[in-house]
Write a new protein. Sequence first.
Length: 115
Amino acid sequence: VQLVESGGGLAQPGGSLRLSCAASGFIFNSYDMSWYRQAPGKGREWVAIITSTGGITNYADSVKGRFTIARDNAKNAVLLQMNSLKPEDTAAYYCFVRVGGGEHWGQGTQVTVSS
């Protein structure tokens, strides 16, 4: 299983970023996919989840209404559209999947929200 995130960077408060996670090594369209984040000095926090078909999504209260998770099963990719960014969204963002009883994480992509 390999997960590779991209799309992080610096954004101003109120701005937007779009993260991508390219997945390989497993049957992508059979598994739910999640995004987590970890801010400096804090534990890892769940952000959003999308079911295998993309039919159901769920979000942490802290991002609900601002972030949107989506997936492209043809491209084995999961996306996180982040709008109305706040300084407290600053964190490393990780793609996650549970496959065969094992937990798999990407290397993370840094998002910094600052003026």
